[in-house]
Structure formats: C-alpha cells, structure tokens
Write a protein that binds this ligand. Structure first.
Ligand code: ATP
Length: 252
C-alpha cells in the first residue's frame, strides 16, 4: 500500500523555490533513503511533508490530502519528524523528553504508554541508564537516540528523520543506523531518512531517492544501486558545490 504520495510538489522560502516539482511515493513499511548533497532540498522535502514550509502540489498521506493541513494536524495524523538539530529539550530529563513524545500519541494508544517506554529503553538501554539526567548531558549519539525515541513514542506511521548522522562519530552512526530496521519492524513504521551519508543509509534502506538542486535525480531500489549510478545522479544535475566531498567517507 502507498502511504505517501507526492505529485508535482514545489516548496520554498519567500521567493526562493527549493523544490521544483517532486513526484514521490512511499510504500507502507519501507525505509527510503533521501540522499543528496548540501542544499539539494532534503530538509525542505521533509518540511513540505510535515507542512512546515510553503508548498504547492498534491500531498496525499494515507489517502488523505494533507496539502492544507497544519503541522500539528499532520503530526496527529501520524507523521513523526526528527528534525536536524533534534528538537529535544535540554533542560528536561531524558525521561521527561520521552514522556512529552507520548503526549502526542493518539488517545486510543495512551494505555500502552508504560509498555512502550520500556520497549524504547530496551532498544536504547543508555536512555534508561540516563533517564534522570538532563538531555543536555547526553553525547551527540545519545541525544539522537533520544530524539528518535521521543518521535517513535508518539506512535507515528511515517517517520521523517533529518540527517541523524550529523556531528556523530562514525562508529556511533553505524550503531544508530543499525536500529532503523528494528524500529521499523517493532513499531510498524515507514521511514524516510534524509542523509548525506549514502553508504550507511543504503545499508538500511529498501530504496534510495537522490535529490539534486531541488529535483529527483534518481529513484531506485537500494540493492540495485551502483556507486556509479549514485555518483552520476549527484554529478549529473548538480553543480560543483553540490558534489560529494572528496575524502568524506560519508559520501559515495
Ligand atoms: P543540507 O544537507 O545542507 O541540510 P538539504 O539537502 O537538506 O541540505 P535544504 O536545507 O532543503 O537542503 O535547502 C535547499 C535549498 O533551500 C538551499 O538552496 C538552501 O539554501 C535553501 N534554504 C533552506 N532553508 C532556507 C531558509 N530558511 N530560507 C531560505 N532558503 C533556505
């Protein structure tokens, strides 16, 4: 089943258009890596789905037209968003942050809150260990786990994750990415993962969509993608500043 269907989506900031007619559909239960260089439009596409940026075009989520929904309404409908910078509250404890996530869940699922919190602690034991510490005391990797845990506890159907590897050490990123498939199975999630780290994203994704200069340059099954495909999609439509960085092992 198609969970999200975008047709001719344009989005931008003021007079600047950052997305120029995106067609994209996500199958329920899939993990899709949204790749692309700096400024390609990944964050804007996630914001467009969350209705946090000016957008035109058709956006269907679970068959419902969400193009005139507010961000809060889209979130209530089951779209979770882990933004770049994570959006957790530094002054609150780890557990308070997680409980805030549970406040956003549908009423019908409130009874499962305690069990769900335990499930998140089982996935990320360090969060349980540090549950009474302020979020500000967490390392980057732990803070990212907290942001993801909090979003999952709202019980979304579609989880948008914006560059979770940003600022994390390589080993921390690998450990974090290992959790995405487990999270998908355990919580019946569909995940759209915006990343510059193509290598790690492709290892967990079913499909990869490459954005270049605000348009889709490639849309392919992750296991069918070659490094050559990926490089051409980055290079074919992007200018020099949008190419993968030399020597950056996070890019192909
Ligand atoms: P990055 O990996 O650096 O986050 P990205 O692929 O997520 O890049 P976007 O952040 O979506 O790219 O940016 C797409 C385009 O929109 C860029 O040209 C960027 O300069 C522009 N842009 C992004 N945010 C704003 C903003 N708040 N105001 C104006 N232009 C913006």
């Amino acid at each position: 089943m198609t969970l999200l269907n975008l047709r001719d989506v344009h989005a931008g900031y003021g007079r600047v258009e950052a997305l120029h007619g995106i067609d994209l559909s996500l199958d329920e239960g899939s993990i899709v890596a949204l790749l692309g260089a700096n400024g390609a439009g990944k964050t804007t596409l996630l914001r467009a789905i969350s209705r946090a940026v000016r957008t035109t075009g058709q956006l269907l989520y679970a068959g419902i037209d969400i193009s005139s929904h507010s961000t809060a309404r889209v979130s209530r409908a089951g779209v979770g968003h882990v933004p770049q910078g994570r959006g957790t509250f530094n002054a609150l404890t780890v557990e308070e942050n997680l409980r805030l996530g549970m406040l956003a869940r549908p009423k019908a699922l409130r009874a499962e809150s305690a069990a769900d919190l335990d499930r998140i602690y089982a996935t990320f034991p360090v969060l349980q260990e540090f549950r009474h510490r302020p979020a500000a005391a967490l390392s980057g990797g732990q803070a990212q786990m907290l942001a993801i845990g909090r979003a999952v506890l709202a019980r979304p159907r579609l989880l948008l994750v914006d560059e979770p590897s940003l600022g994390l050490a390589p080993l921390t990123t690998i450990n974090l990415f290992d959790q995405f498939r487990q999270l998908r199975e355990e919580w019946s999630l569909t995940i759209l993962l915006a990343e510059q780290n193509a290598k790690l994203s492709l290892a967990v994704a079913d499909r990869a969509v490459v954005l270049a200069r605000g348009a889709i340059a490639l849309d392919e099954r992750a296991d069918q993608l070659t490094l050559h495909d990926l490089q051409s999609s980055y290079l074919g439509t992007a200018d020099d500043s949008a190419q993968p960085h030399d020597g950056d092992e996070a890019t192909p």
